[in-house]
Ligand binder design. Structure first.
Ligand code: ADP
Ligand code: MG
Length: 256
């Protein structure tokens, strides 16, 4: 059972405290959604999980399968089975989606065994075909240059395909960017729904309630001012859609 355990996490950017004691546990097989108004620290959480150097953890810990995630470099986190959707947002001229995925798989294999010669091409082709079929993607997509002129939806398609081929144990998706049009929304939600299962834990970070009409989270959390102030089931997302965040803020202010 692989758990992601975030305990009393405090994170600062340039001496300004953004996360102020965030705690959250995600088990394999669970889909969690973190929602919240703009500026409450959602992306800060995603960047901290990724290991971005601008985000300083001042207190608390993050454990993955009992290991201290904060001591691992971003690529080591990935090898341990943590997937972050926005790890490679740049266009890479001359590198196709297929080549990119193959080198990601091979670098992980080599990290596990320095003698590894890489996944044989027929095996890789079979894996890629199987995953593209599962995600209902056109096979031509694998021959496109990564992120070169990609639409929002195509960028998401590449990310979801990467997630499918790397088979992470925990996937963290920060879906706050304004480029999330209806096509991208569908790609992300169909992908998560296709890949979800007992082996995968998912954390979807979003300010888009709409995304949760397509992905059915088991747990919904509200992030406000650097802390999770409300947790519940899928009904919480519906309630937020109808009533906004003001009631959460009022309830929270009464208790502090
Ligand atoms: P969210 O994703 O919930 O909208 P963020 O985590 O992006 O929120 O930002 C949380 C707070 O941190 C905001 O007040 C924002 O202004 C501040 N912030 C984010 N990035 C930086 C930065 N690079 N330097 C200084 N402050 C930042
Ligand atoms: Mg954000």
């Amino acid at each position: 059972m692989s758990h992601l355990e975030i305990k009393n996490l405090h994170v600062s950017i340039e001496d300004k405290e953004i996360l102020k004691g965030l705690s959250l546990t995600i088990k394999q097989g669970e889909i969690h959604a973190i929602m919240g108004p703009n500026g409450t620290g959602k992306s800060t959480l995603a960047y901290t999980l990724m290991g971005h150097p601008n985000y300083t953890v001042t207190e608390g810990e993050i454990l993955f399968k009992g290991k201290n995630l904060l001591e691992l470099e971003p690529d080591e986190r990935s090898r341990e089975g943590v997937f972050l959707a926005f790890q490679y947002p740049v266009a890479i001229p001359g590198v196709t989606v297929a080549n990119f995925l193959r080198s990601a798989i091979n670098s992980r294999r080599r990290a596990e065994n320095p003698e590894d010669k890489g996944m044989p091409i027929p095996e890789f082709r079979k894996l890629l075909k199987e995953k593209m079929d599962m995600l209902k993607m056109d096979h031509n997509f694998a021959g496109r240059y990564l992120n070169d002129g990609f639409s929002g939806g195509e960028k998401k398609r590449a990310e979801i395909l990467q997630m499918a081929t790397l088979k992470p144990e925990i996937a963290i998706l920060d879906e706050t960017d304004s480029g999330l049009d209806i096509d991208a929304l569908r790609v992300v939600s169909d992908g998560v729904n296709a890949l979800a299962g007992p082996e995968l834990g998912v954390l979807v970070i979003t300010h888009y309630q709409r995304l949760l009409n397509y992905i059915k989270p088991h747990f919904v959390h509200v992030l406000l001012d650097g802390r999770i102030v409300e947790s519940g089931g899928p009904e919480l997302a519906l309630h937020l859609e109808e009533h906004g965040y003001e009631w959460v803020r009022e309830k929270h202010e009464e208790t502090v």
